[in-house]
Write a protein that binds this ligand. Structure first.
Ligand SMILES: *Cc1c(COP(=O)(O)O)cnc(C)c1O
Ligand code: SF4
Length: 235
C-alpha cells in the first residue's frame, strides 16, 4: 500500500514524511521515491486498512524521512486512527529530531506519547557522543523521564565514529542518558557514500573492543540490512 512497508513479521512501517531536519549524506533512503507516498489523511486509508486486515501486525513504526516533521496535531490524528485497530499494541517512532532539532520534543509530543493506549517506543539516531550534549541531552532526558523507552541506532562511518574510543564514548554517553544502544548499522550502499564505508573485519574488531570496555547493555548489535532477510542481519 502507498506509504507502507511490511518486510518483517509483526511490525509494519509508515513513511509519514519525505523530509528531515538534516539530510544525512549516507542516508539509507536517499533514493526512496517519497513523492509517491500519501500526504493527506484520507490518502492513508489503504495503508490503515492493510494494517486492520493483518492481525499478525502488533507494532507500527512511524518513519520517513522523519515522522516528527509532522505537527503534533497531525501525529495525534494518525495515532488515534491506529489506536482503533484492536490488534495493534505498540507504536514506535523512528526520528533523528531529538538529536538535530531538540526543540521538537514538545510538551504536546510527550503528552501524546503518554496518553496513547499503544505502548510507545522511540528510536533516535546519533552517531557520535559529541551530538549528545546541551539541549539534545535535555530532550533525551525529557523523553526518558516521561517513561518512554528510548533506543539509539548509529551508522558506522569511516572518519566519524570508526574507532573504539568514539564508539565507547557514544556507548557511555547513551548509558548516562538512559538510552539503550540498540543498533550499529553497517552502511547501506547508496550512491555518494562510499567514502564512509568500513570493512566488516574492522567493524568486528570494534565490536570486540566495545565488549571489553562497556557494560553489556551499552554494547549495540552490529547489523546490516539485506534484501529478503527476515530482519536486520546480525554480523
Ligand atoms: C528496520 C526495519 C524495521 C525494524 O526492525 P527492528 O529490528 O524491529 O528494529 C521494520 N520494518 C522495516 C521495513 C525496517 O526496515
Ligand atoms: S535523519 Fe534518517 S531518514 Fe533523515 S536523512 Fe538522516 S538517515 Fe535519512
Amino acid at each position: 500500500m502507498p506509504g507502507l512497508l511490511h518486510k518483517y513479521r509483526g511490525r509494519a512501517l509508515l513513511i509519514l514524511a519525505g523530509a528531515c531536519a538534516v539530510h544525512c549524506r549516507y542516508c539509507f533512503r536517499r533514493h526512496y521515491p517519497y513523492g509517491d507516498d500519501p500526504r493527506r489523511l484520507e490518502d492513508w486509508e489503504p495503508a490503515f486498512a492493510y494494517l486492520e486486515n493483518d492481525s499478525s501486525i502488533r507494532e507500527v513504526l512511524l518513519s520517513g524521512g522523519d515522522p516528527l516533521m509532522l505537527t503534533d496535531d497531525r501525529l495525534r490524528q494518525i495515532v488515534e486512527r491506529l489506536e482503533r485497530i484492536p490488534h495493534l499494541t505498540r507504536l514506535r517512532i523512528h526520528t533523528r529530531q531529538p538529536i538535530v532539532l531538540p526543540d521538537r520534543v514538545t510538551d504536546g509530543l510527550l503528552a501524546l506519547l503518554k496518553s496513547t493506549r499503544l505502548t510507545p517506543w522511540v528510536v533516535v539516531h546519533a552517531n557520535h557522543a559529541n551530538e549528545l550534549t546541551g539541549d539534545c541531552a535535555e530532550a533525551l532526558r525529557a523523553l526518558v523521564q516521561s517513561g518512554v523507552p528510548v533506543l539509539n541506532q548509529a551508522v558506522l562511518l569511516k572518519g566519524v565514529n570508526d574507532d573504539a574510543e568514539a564508539l565507547c564514548d557514544l556507548g557511555e554517553r547513551l548509558a548516562d542518558l538512559g538510552v539503550q544502544n540498540y543498533y550499529l548499522h553497517q552502511l547501506d550502499r547508496v550512491a555518494g557514500a562510499q567514502h564512509f564505508e568500513v570493512s566488516d573485519e574492522r567493524a568486528a574488531a570494534l565490536m570486540t573492543a566495545m565488549h571489553a570496555r562497556l557494560p553489556g547493555y551499552a554494547v549495540p548489535r552490529l547489523v546490516r540490512e539485506e534484501a529478503g532477510a527476515p530482519g536486520k542481519t546480525p554480523l
